[in-house]
Write a protein that binds this ligand. Structure first.
Ligand code: PEP
Ligand code: MN
Length: 445
């Protein structure tokens, strides 16, 4: 790789993918200027704390749960939706903690997950070819008139919604909402129908006992009452990410202060491309999505570019091969990374390799395929010197009907009942919690 000196805007000289074409650069610059003048979303100390947690996860001392919407929608920046997402992530983390017997680091795909990479620049809606929806930060999901035109003012709207979302998350996680750890606050209806009902009930009652015991020791005020929660999004829309990036004197480095962690998508991870160029200059923990097309030699070079000092906790390889493909691809990737002595964390995203379409053309994913990819990922790592340090899900705390399967029994015919996602299908509340029970067992092995 031909490296140029890194500057905040050196990515601008590299080929770039998945960006909108704005009509007016002046309007775009005006919005970016406003974002630069506003206070950032996160504090550098939090970013470093997360990186430290991630280094621990890489050593097997804790486990990472990353999850949230595929694409956050502006209309979901409201109390109910944020509360539901936080609730399911906290509850899953308690269940995983029970199985793993180690702390869980929680990272939401939230407070900024507004930009989407797409497979095609256009799509056909109601018989008409229109530009594709690229996330609420760029254009509207509505397909009429000019609604799909990229609009720079949406960047500012997204920024304000990210601050409102994060503000509310901070209130909930510091103000006692963490009491939702308590299984008595969980919706466990699906457990009654589960074939593994007894097993789940046993887990729930053990968690209940453990929490009651800790509360009796007086742990409630500090540890149980407030929890750490980090934010993340795909760093796709680089002008926006640049505007969120600052040099922090105290830490002697550049940080993206718009999220604690960011990841690079499978479609924008070209070694010589703009995204890798931007990301190699920032100190946040960075995820890299790794799909079936990833060549281990290229991934090695990318990891070296992103993390030249081989710092622990800095790079997470988020593999997303798809059911039945993990055995073929993951061992080679692990061997290549191990031989190069690169410090990475391994996480599994069992969602993005498992998309399917119903006969009616509705995008869905099957609970069993998702579970199977997680299981295969654990198995492959267990036969290698590496370890699976985390999982990455698209989920929501609401009762949507987007993925099929799970004990709640959502079938193809149920999908239109509450299908809300603008992009990829998410696990709903009970599917997510059930997934956590099943993964908890894998972690306990
Ligand atoms: C995503 O995480 O929403 C996504 C688009 O993933 P990937 O880059 O792995 O396809
Ligand atoms: Mn997605």
């Amino acid at each position: 790789m031909n490296q140029i000196p890194w500057t905040l805007d050196s990515w601008r000289s590299k080929p770039i993918k998945q960006q909108p074409n704005y009509d007016s650069q002046d309007e775009l610059n005006e919005v970016l200027g406003q974002i630069k003048s506003l206070p950032p979303l996160v504090f550098v100390g939090e970013i470093e704390a997360l990186k430290n947690n991630m280094a621990q996860a890489g050593r097997g001392e804790c486990f990472i749960l990353q999850g949230g919407d595929c694409a956050e929608r502006f209309q979901d920046c409201n109390e109910l939706s944020i509360t539901a997402k936080l609730k399911i992530l906290l509850q899953m983390s308690v269940v995983l903690c029970y199985g793993a017997k180690k702390p869980i680091v929680r990272i939401g795909r939230i407070a900024g997950q507004y930009a989407k990479p797409r497979s095609n620049p256009t799509e056909v809606v109601d018989g008409k070819e229109v530009p594709v929806y690229r996330g609420d930060i760029i254009n509207s999901f509505e397909a009429h008139g000019d609604a799909r035109k990229p609009d720079p003012s949406r960047i500012l709207q997204a920024f304000y919604r990210s601050t409102a979302t994060l503000n509310y998350i901070r209130a909930l996680t510091k103000g006692g909402f963490a009491d939702l750890h308590h299984p008595q606050n969980w919706d466990l209806d699906f457990v009654n129908k589960a074939p593994k009902r007894q097993e789940y009930e046993q887990i729930v009652s053990s968690i209940q006992d453990a929490i009651t015991f800790m509360e009796s020791l007086g742990a409630k005020e500090d540890k149980l009452h407030s929890v750490e929660f980090y934010t993340s999004h795909e760093g796709l829309l680089l002008p926006m990410e640049e505007a969120l990036t600052q040099y922090v004197e105290e830490y002697n480095g550049w940080y993206n202060l718009g999220a604690h962690m960011l990841w690079i998508g499978d479609r924008t991870r070209q070694l010589d491309g703009a995204h890798i160029e931007y990301f190699r200059g920032i100190r946040n923990p960075v995820g890299l999505k790794v799909g079936p097309s990833a060549d281990p030699r290229e991934i090695i070079q990318i990891v070296q570019a992103l993390n030249p000092s081989n710092e622990e906790g800095k790079v997470t390889l988020i593999t997303r091969y798809g059911e039945g493909k993990v055995q073929e691809h993951l061992p080679k990737m692990i061997d290549a990374i191990t031989e190069s002595k690169l410090n990475v964390l391994w996480s599994a995203d069992p969602m993005h390799g498992n998309a399917s379409k119903t006969d009616d053309g509705v995008k869905t994913r099957n609970f069993d395929s998702i579970l199977s990819e997680v299981n295969d990922s654990f198995e492959v790592h267990s036969g290698k010197p590496s370890n699976l340090a985390g999982i990455h899900f698209e989920l929501t705390g609401e009762d949507v009907t987007e993925c099929i399967g799970g004990t709640a029994g959502i079938g193809v015919k149920d999908l239109d009942q509450k299908y809300e996602t603008y992009c990829d299908p998410r696990l709903n509340y009970s599917q997510s919690l059930e997934m956590a029970f099943l993964i908890s067992k894998m972690l306990g092995k």
